[in-house]
Each structure stands twice: as structure tokens, then as C-alpha cells.
Design a protein around this ligand. Structure first.
Ligand SMILES: Nc1ncnc2c1ncn2[C@@H]1O[C@H](COP(=O)(O)OP(=O)(O)OP(=O)(O)O)[C@@H](O)[C@H]1O
Ligand SMILES: O=P(O)(O)OC[C@H]1O[C@H](OP(=O)(O)OP(=O)(O)O)[C@H](O)[C@@H]1O
Ligand SMILES: [Mg+2]
Length: 283
């Protein structure tokens, strides 16, 4: 049995549970229990505050964990990052009141910076030869300059709307972050085996993200042109139809280029284009 530490509630919770669910690892969601076993996979889920996840994995209380890279870097615990997971994307940035003229990192010399990430901040300031006072607070960091608690802040930015509503502007991006799967460095062979099985499933789910399965009827006379605009996995599947002049073409399209490619296919005479989501993809 492998034990995974996940955030009990908060920004990471929904996407973490979705990922396990899409990997067909069933977890009953009784929120009151802190340790729950999967009913169909040798995995046990330990619900924790995200701050405690790096340490629990480093010490072996949990074998693996899902946490933000930012939190993992801040805690500086001895565990390894197995893979990035592509959700909870954000950055850690320095921000200052928007009406201040800013002409470089030296501005922070002798200033006071409020943050929940003192370790990452100190590292960054030291590397840049900046001497600033770090004021640690655990939440509502963005209001600090407005209430005279600090000159600037160092916190999570995603859309930037929290900064805007507090009259702040982002001046330095210090680190990019997303959710990562971390693991204890000394897993035994059995646990490694379970982790590999889980990673295989996660990869199949992630490969399918933002992909569509597309089927269309194509006039045989334009088949070569149609195949040329398809970026498919290998080559598209071409199936004969009862009507000798037509065939059916099946392929996988990336959501990002989807509408552009569909437009070209229409121009080339493709008809009856069917689009379906893909659940998993094993490459
Ligand atoms: N606005 C955001 N957009 C994207 N990702 C974010 C955002 N805010 C936070 N995150 C990511 O989600 C992680 C968890 O954020 P959350 O706000 O739930 O933490 P928390 O309040 O410390 O939770 P806990 O109660 O578990 O300690 C952060 O460490 C970061 O990696
Ligand atoms: O750039 P934005 O999209 O505005 O996101 C950034 C904000 O999101 C997080 O807070 P959250 O909303 O999770 O609330 P919290 O302070 O309770 O953690 C983070 O601490 C920032 O304040
Ligand atoms: Mg926390």
C-alpha cells in the first residue's frame, strides 16, 4: 500500500481529487476522515494542510504527496519531485504600490517586504545582493503596504487581480510554480512498483488533456490535401465508406489548433465532422 499526502481543502484539493478520479483510483470522499483507502487501487490518502506535505513525505509519514512547487521550495525538505502535474499554475512575485516609480531590484534595499515565503525570498534577495527586512505573515499579504505594514510584498500571483484590487503592481517574477508529485527518497521496491503504475495512469490522463478525437467524411479526391493539414499522432486512420467516392478519416487534434484546422478541413470538402473528448491516451 502506498500512502499519498494531499491538501485537505484549498486551491489544490479539487484538481488533485480530479486527477485521482480520472486515473480511476476511487477514493470515498468522507471529509471527516483524515486517512482514506482507495477501494480499487493500493493507495491510501492522507489529508493534510499543504504546509505539512513536504515534511510528511521527507520523513516517510507519507510515501508521496501532491503540493505546489512553491511550498516544496519554501520548506526545503529532502524529497524528490517525480513529475509536474500541470495544475495550480502561479508565480511568486515581488509587488509594490502601483504609483511608485520602480527602476530595478535595488529599490528593495532597506525596505520592508511582507511575505509567507521567507526562505525563497531571502534566497532571492541574497543572490541579488539586496538587504531588505522580511516580515512574515501567513495570509492577506497583499493588504500590507496599504496599511503601512510593509513597503512591498512577495506572494502568489495568478491572474493578478488580487494585486490590482490592492493597488499593487508586479515588479519581479521570482519563481514559476505548479502542482508537483513528490516522493520519499527511500521507497521500497513494492512501493516503487505501485508508484510506477500510478504514474502510468497519470501520464495517460495528462496525454489526453486538451485533445479531441475527430472523425469526418472526406472526398477521396481531396484525401491527400486533407491528410496534409492533420498533425495526428502518427498518420490518420482512413476507412472506406459504402460510397466509393468518399472515405472516413479519424484523427486526434490539439484543442489549441482545433478551430484553425477544422476551418481548413471544411474548405477541403470534409463533411459530417464529429468531435469527441478523449479520456486517456497511451502513447
Ligand atoms: N491564485 C492561485 N492560482 C493558482 N494556484 C494557486 C493560487 N493560489 C495558490 N495557488 C497554489 O495552490 C497552493 C495552495 O494554495 P492555498 O491557498 O490553498 O494554500 P493554503 O491557504 O496555505 O492552504 P492550507 O490550508 O492547506 O495550508 C499554493 O501553494 C500554490 O501552489
Ligand atoms: O493573482 P490572483 O488570481 O488574484 O491570485 C493570487 C491570490 O490567490 C491566492 O490567494 P487565495 O485566493 O487562494 O486566498 P487565500 O489568501 O485565502 O489563500 C494568493 O495568496 C493570492 O492572494
Ligand atoms: Mg498552507
Amino acid at each position: 500500500m502506498l500512502r499519498i499526502a494531499v491538501q485537505s481543502k484549498g486551491r489544490l484539493f479539487d484538481d488533485t481529487m480530479n486527477l485521482l478520479n480520472e486515473a480511476d483510483i476511487k477514493i470515498s470522499s468522507s471529509k471527516r476522515t483524515l486517512l482514506v483507502q482507495s477501494s480499487n487501487f493500493p493507495l491510501e490518502v492522507l489529508y493534510l494542510r499543504d504546509d505539512d506535505i513536504p515534511q510528511s513525505v521527507a520523513t516517510g509519514v507519507a510515501d508521496i504527496g501532491i503540493v505546489g512547487e512553491n511550498e516544496f521550495a519554501e520548506k526545503n525538505e529532502d524529497a524528490r519531485i517525480v513529475t509536474k502535474l500541470g495544475f495550480s499554475k502561479c508565480r511568486l512575485s515581488l509587488a509594490i504600490p502601483k504609483n511608485i516609480d520602480y527602476n530595478g531590484i535595488e529599490w528593495f534595499n532597506g525596505r520592508k517586504i511582507a511575505t509567507s515565503y521567507p526562505v525563497i525570498l531571502k534566497n532571492y534577495l541574497d543572490n541579488n545582493g539586496i538587504n531588505a527586512e522580511i516580515h512574515v505573515i501567513t495570509g492577506s499579504v497583499e493588504i500590507s503596504p496599504g496599511i503601512g505594514l510593509a513597503d512591498g510584498i512577495f506572494d502568489i500571483v495568478s491572474s493578478g487581480s488580487t494585486l490590482v484590487s490592492n493597488n499593487l503592481k508586479e515588479v519581479e517574477v521570482v519563481m514559476k510554480s505548479e502542482a508537483v508529485l513528490i516522493a520519499n527518497k527511500n521507497l521500497d521496491a513494492d512501493k516503487h512498483d505501485i508508484l510506477d503504475k500510478m504514474l502510468f495512469r497519470i501520464e495517460a490522463v495528462r496525454n489526453a488533456e486538451d485533445k479531441k478525437y475527430v472523425r469526418m467524411n472526406a472526398p477521396k479526391s481531396r484525401l491527400d490535401d486533407i491528410i496534409n493539414v492533420l498533425p495526428g499522432l502518427k498518420s490518420p486512420t482512413v476507412i472506406p465508406l459504402a460510397d466509393q467516392e468518399w472515405c472516413s478519416v479519424h484523427t486526434v487534434l490539439d484543442e489549441k489548433r482545433f478551430w484553425e484546422i477544422i476551418g481548413k478541413l471544411k474548405e477541403l470538402g470534409a463533411q459530417g465532422i464529429l468531435v469527441t473528448p478523449i479520456e486517456k491516451m497511451i502513447l
